[in-house]
Design a protein around this ligand. Structure first.
Ligand code: ZEM
Length: 296
């Protein structure tokens, strides 16, 4: 791991209530613009942009990329072929950034967007801290750091080891986010949803992995994907979670115990979006209320 002097240092922050307000703006816009992607809404793509902003982190670099510098705002990163479709998420957040730019950086907003989307889609509470600071263009990581969906279990494990996720249960839990949204042929060369409830955060991904009848097909883009009679799909890297015995045990645990999945996912996602940032010990960890909770 890098020496602490090399980790990004968070900047001063405002009050929790200021960020709950921004959370509420994102949540309200999620409710209002519910027609996006055939009524899936923007939730899944907001989770994906938060993950892709995080996935550039490499622990051994002098400046370890990740979410801190908000470099997703530059075309160089947004136009990474792995980020096809994420401009929709960026544009969704843009007016909220413009309205709050004295209080929030791009890195904070993109990660708060992911946290908000997960919670508003009935997922677990995700602890969040503020303090990321926009870095200049020359700190933008090179393209090609995000994972290749055509690969196997060994690749998936090694990939996440490279992001400092050394525990199989963190890796399997993170992939449970594929309960959300869908693949789009024009974005990734894959097509179809992982399940029935594409804008609800549940453990359905793990149940479907175990219970559906999967058949390996070549899709219209010439890529291999697993399809089920119900019209669901799995990427090769998803199916890797039941092809590897250690991964599969965890898939079974998460399929049987949604609360356990939520607990491990929450910790892992929080770690993902904070990778490379050294928060001061007294930096408060916040849990935001959902819109539903505030209306009660
Ligand atoms: Zn995904 N992901 N992902 N992912 N992902 C897609 C969509 C979504 C991989 C991957 O190749 C793809 C994680 C890990 C990995 C989401 C969240 C998270 C798509 C389809 C692909 C191809 C994109 C498209 O066509 O629009 C691979 C190989 C992964 C690791 C091995 C992790 C970790 C995630 C969050 C914690 C989400 C929410 C989507 C759905 C986006 C949408 O627009 O519906």
């Amino acid at each position: 791991a890098p020496k602490s002097s090399e980790l990004a240092k968070p900047v001063d922050i405002f009050d929790k209530t200021d960020y709950q307000k921004i959370y509420n703006q994102i949540a309200t816009k999620l409710r209002e613009e519910d027609e996006y992607d055939n009524y899936i809404g923007y939730g899944p793509v907001l989770v994906r942009i938060a993950w892709h902003a995080s996935g550039t982190f490499r622990p051994h670099e002098k400046i370890p990329a990740g979410t801190y510098g908000g470099t997703m705002r530059f075309d160089k990163e947004l136009d990474d072929p792995s980020n096809m479709g994420l401009r929709n998420a960026f544009n969704f957040l843009k007016p909220i950034y413009d309205e709050n730019k004295d209080k929030i950086s791009h890195g904070d907003l993109i990660t708060l967007g992911g946290v908000c989307a997960i919670q508003e889609m009935q997922g677990p509470k995700i602890p969040w801290r503020s303090g990321r600071k926009d870095l200049p263009f020359d700190k933008t990581p090179e393209n090609g750091r995000l994972p290749d969906a055509s690969r196997d279990a060994t690749y998936v494990r090694n990939y996440y080891h490279g992001l400092n996720f050394l525990d199989d249960k963190e890796i399997v839990a993170l992939l449970g986010a594929h309960c959300l949204g869908k693949t789009h042929l024009k974005n990734s060369g894959y097509e179809g949803p992982w399940g029935a409830a594409s804008n609800m955060f549940t453990n359905e991904f793990f149940k479907n992995l175990l219970n559906e009848k999967w058949e390996l097909k070549t899709n219209e883009a010439g890529n291999k994907q697993w399809d089920s009679p119900k019209g669901y799909m799995m990427l090769p890297t998803d199916m890797a979670l039941v092809q590897d015995n250690k991964f599969k045990k965890l898939v079974e645990q998460f399929a049987n115990d949604e609360q356990y999945f939520f607990k491990v996912f929450s910790k892992s996602f929080s770690k993902l979006i904070e990778n490379g940032i050294e928060f001061p010990e007294n930096r408060k960890v916040w849990l935001f209320k959902t819109l539903d909770e505030q209306e009660e």
